[in-house]
Design a protein around this ligand. Structure first.
Ligand code: G6P
Ligand code: ZN
Length: 585
């Protein structure tokens, strides 16, 4: 078996459309399979990194279709670019938070994640690739813009070949990705070495989680007769992690993980944990449809960074979830026992977290949509718990959002609240108690997907005009504004959200048109940054209810006056021709 290789330059030409954001590059599988498509991007990545020679990087993905093929190509390019060691998750698997944990705990130079997150997988669906830097978080704009620039000027890539110089064959084909171990190859061209280490996909990550949570207490909760739990891995990457944590370590029943096999096409589903795409779990958790409904249900997405939390027939909004976790963290979760200095949420996320921060007397940060905006706050020790309405919850243990972290947090809260009681306290009780103390932030998001770009832009410029008129009608800077003559509640802020990062002073403008009402209610419009065709308009509506008597309504009913107003003043239906949103969360 050959244990040597050579490096050869292969000419190539730029390929259009390799624009790279913090979530990397996401395209259809067939696009990635075009000759040189992956090669060009990966070479552009390596060319943009300094001090790559001899470095160690991690590599792994969410197991979607084409994962293993891509790993083989990336290894050859890594060797061709002088990378010293590539640590690959066994079978090519690393969930996104585990990748972040591996980079941080092993102090690696960076890591390449193969995922298109919650997008469907399979030969006719999506593939994706992204790069994380040495703090474990997504590459910053400074790196992604260099990668993109390189994709536009690339003329050759450098790849490992067989010792006879054949460029088609893989000199590392002898490495079995299903077997843990280390194999070192020698570069015949300059006698340097290249090592492939197949590592356990879960060890670092699971060890990190075990150091943060009290697994004994959680096992005791699982052992209580009055508690049952069901985890839906949505046929994504978290199945094996879920089995290890919930069954092997916490003693959950063998059937407490559903859709636990990682499938290349996620079983044909949309691996996104929300009320629409995780409908099967939602039905199982509804006592009216299932007499044996579990006390807690949870799901995570294709690559394991998103989560959804359910009680028995009860949905916890992501905005409430992060607020409850923050409120209970210091008592219920050992990792936070030294106290919190701050928390953060994205702008459209409902303000439940703000009330907790105020109660705790800690810093509260409101950042634009995108997990990357939490990174600086975490690095600077100014936010330990963060959340987004888009089913993202996490903490500073890694630099990605983390679905299993959120689930273990909720289990810890249930265990803590139930200690010394005859009955396990329900998720519904925990949340309604939270509302009693802090008030309830009713929240809903309407998505209009694949709208024509022109129509979506027309809605946004119409909103700009409306905001300009409202602001212009003010005679003093604080005068309440009228949004619509028939609507009584006045508006105190009408702007397009801008953010200045308190750590490095960087600015992000135009992050969403928001209307903040004098009673704290909010209506927000923004264009999604993650859609793959046309434009997606997101409309977020929030209303605060301090009075316990008014906290039991269905969100759609409680928000109706604001939803009707938002649709009317935005002329959304008129501009887009859409009667209804595609998804309501
Ligand atoms: C990804 C990002 C999140 C973001 C979400 C929605 O999951 O990691 O940070 O909140 O997409 O973004 P969008 O621009 O589509 O609303
Ligand atoms: Zn994801």
């Amino acid at each position: 078996m050959a244990s040597t290789f050579k490096v050869a330059p292969v000419p190539t030409t730029p390929i259009e459309g390799q624009k790279t954001g913090t979530s990397g590059l996401r395209k259809k599988v067939v696009v990635f399979q075009q000759p040189n498509y992956l090669h060009n991007w990966v070479q552009s990545l390596f060319s943009s990194l300094e001090a790559l020679k001899g470095s160690t990087i991690a590599l792994g993905g969410d197991g979607r279709y084409w994962n293993k093929e891509a790993i083989r190509i990336i290894c050859r390019l890594a060797a061709g670019n002088g990378v010293g060691t590539v640590k690959i998750g066994q079978n090519g698997i690393l969930c996104t938070p585990a990748m972040s944990a591996v980079i941080r705990s092993q102090k690696l130079y960076g890591g390449i994640i193969l995922t298109a997150s919650h997008n469907p997988g399979g030969p006719t669906n999506d593939f994706g690739i992204k790069y994380n830097v040495s703090n474990g978080g997504p590459a910053p704009e400074s790196v992604t813009s260099r990668i993109f620039a390189n994709t536009k000027s690339i003329s050759e890539y450098s790849i490992a070949t067989l010792p006879d110089g054949t460029t088609e064959d893989d000199p590392f084909a002898s490495v079995d990705l299903s077997v843990k171990g280390t194999t070192t190859f020698t570069n015949e061209t300059d006698s340097s070495t290249f090592t492939i280490e197949v590592i356990d996909s879960a060890d670092d990550y699971v060890n990190l989680l075990r150091s943060m949570f009290d697994f004994e207490k959680l096992s005791a909760l699982f052992a209580r007769p009055g508690f049952s739990f069901l985890f839906d891995a949505m046929s994504g990457v978290t199945g094996p992690y879920g089995r290890r944590i919930f069954i092997e370590l916490l003693g959950g029943k063998s059937d407490c993980v559903m859709r636990g096999e990682t499938l290349e096409d996620f079983g044909g589903g949309h691996p996104d944990p929300n009320l629409t795409y995780a409908a099967e779990l939602v039905a199982k958790c509804d006592p009216e449809q299932n007499p044996n409904a579990p006390d807690m249900g949870a799901a995570s997405d294709g690559d394991g960074d998103r989560n959804m939390i359910l009680g028995k027939g009860f949905f916890v909004t992501p905005s409430d979830s992060v607020a409850v976790i923050a409120a209970k963290a210091v008592e219920a979760i050992p990792y936070f026992s030294k106290g919190l200095s701050g928390v953060a949420r994205s702008m459209p996320t409902a303000g439940a977290l703000d009330r907790v921060a105020k109660g705790l007397g800690i810093e509260m940060h409101e950042v634009p949509t995108g997990w990357k905006y939490f990174g600086n706050l975490m690095d600077a020790g100014r936010a330990q718990i963060c959340g987004e309405e888009s089913f993202g919850t996490g903490s500073d243990h890694v630099r990605e959002k983390d679905g299993i972290f959120a689930i273990l947090s909720w289990l810890s809260i249930i265990a803590y609240e139930s200690e010394g009681k005859d009955k396990v306290v329900s998720i519904e009780e925990i949340v309604t108690e939270h509302w009693k103390k802090y008030g309830r932030n009713y929240f809903s998001r309407y998505d209009y997907e694949e709208v024509e770009t022109d129509a979506a832009n027309a809605v946004m410029s119409h909103l700009d005009d409306l905001q300009a008129k409202m602001n212009a009608a003010r005679t003093t800077p604080d005068e309440p504004m009228v949004i619509d003559p028939t609507f009584e509640t006045k508006v105190s802020v009408a702007d397009n959200f801008a953010y200045v990062d308190p750590v490095d002073g960087s600015e992000a403008k135009g992050q969403g048109r928001r209307f903040v009402f004098s009673d704290g209610s909010r209506v927000i419009f923004r264009l999604s940054g993650t859609g793959s065709s046309g434009a997606t308009i997101r409309m977020y509506v929030e209303r605060y209810e301090a009075d316990e008597a008014g906290q039991k309504e269905d969100a759609q009913v409680a928000l109706k006056p604001f939803i009707d107003l938002a649709l009317r003043v935005s002329k959304l239906q008129e501009f887009t021709g859409r009667e209804k949103p595609t998804v309501i969360t």
